[in-house]
Design a protein. Structure first.
Length: 266
């Protein structure tokens, strides 16, 4: 069996689990990735399953706490599919979602291509390629019964726990002159039986969400993948993940940068 066939088989198993709201204990021995590169080889098959061009990318485990929680050594990149993007204010089903969390995130939409190359991209080069900033909410999930112990390679194969995404409105362009690391973000979860609030800042995202974007660009470049104009990159939770249940309304308030909200049902 060739490596390509093995990665396709692993992708088939994960894709079917995703769409059937099923879980895997782990991938079978004969197609289980053991290195980050192998995980990305599995993940790449997901693009061919979409009915349109790739919507963008997500970054998982951008905080030390998040990395420790799932036992990884650094951030993980995953693909965002257009079919899994919801409108602001929409109602998402939690059916089969065992993570059951929402994450407030800074997301960047690109205006220029950043092709893969041997030299790393600088902060200035990456920021020059950004077209807009968006307050956003990611709703992750995993196809593993125990994602905490699945390991780095299997989590990358599982599309870095990508599931659903809500892109908020374009933020005022004054964000370019702001300290996003220090920028406060406040979230409210208002449900049928309880209400709570939680706060954070851009510093939770690799120290600065812009630095997370630079990481993503160079991670893709090392894999010979271009980040393309029009694609969006959501950079990871700037507030500790918000536990959600059916009936909840989640509002993520980014202050002068705007807000984004979503509802949940069974």
């Amino acid at each position: 069996m060739t490596e390509k066939i093995e990665s396709k088989r692993a992708s088939d198993l994960l894709w079917n689990a995703w769409n059937d709201h099923a879980v895997l204990d782990r991938l079978p021995d004969d197609c289980r990735p053991t290195r980050r590169a192998d995980g990305y080889a599995v993940q790449q098959h997901i693009e061919a399953r979409s009915h349109t061009t790739l919507y963008g990318w997500k970054i998982a485990a951008t905080s030390v706490a998040g990395q420790k929680h799932i036992g990884v050594t650094g951030p993980l990149a995953g693909r965002l599919l257009r079919e899994r993007v919801a409108d602001v204010g929409a109602t998402l089903s939690l059916n089969g979602n065992r993570m059951a969390v929402a994450e407030a995130e800074f997301a960047f939409r690109m205006r220029h291509n950043l092709p893969s190359r041997s030299a790393p991209y600088s902060f200035a080069e990456v920021m020059d390629a950004v077209g807009s900033l968006h307050p956003s909410i990611e709703v992750p999930d995993s196809r593993y019964a125990d994602f905490v112990t699945a390991g780095e390679a299997q989590l990358i194969a599982d599309n870095a726990c990508a599931h659903e995404f809500v892109e908020g409105p374009v933020a005022p362009n004054t964000w370019r002159d702001m300290d996003l690391a220090a920028h406060a973000v406040h979230a409210t979860v208002d449900g049928t039986s309880r209400r709570y609030e939680r706060s954070g800042s851009g510093a939770a995202v690799l120290g600065d969400p812009r630095e997370a974007l630079v990481w993503l660009v160079n991670e893709l470049s090392s894999l010979h993948i271009a980040l393309r104009a029009g694609q969006i990159v959501t950079t990871g939770a700037c507030i500790a993940p918000l536990e959600v249940a059916p009936g909840d309304h989640v509002l993520a308030d980014f202050g002068v940068l705007g807000s984004v909200d979503i509802r949940f049902a069974d």
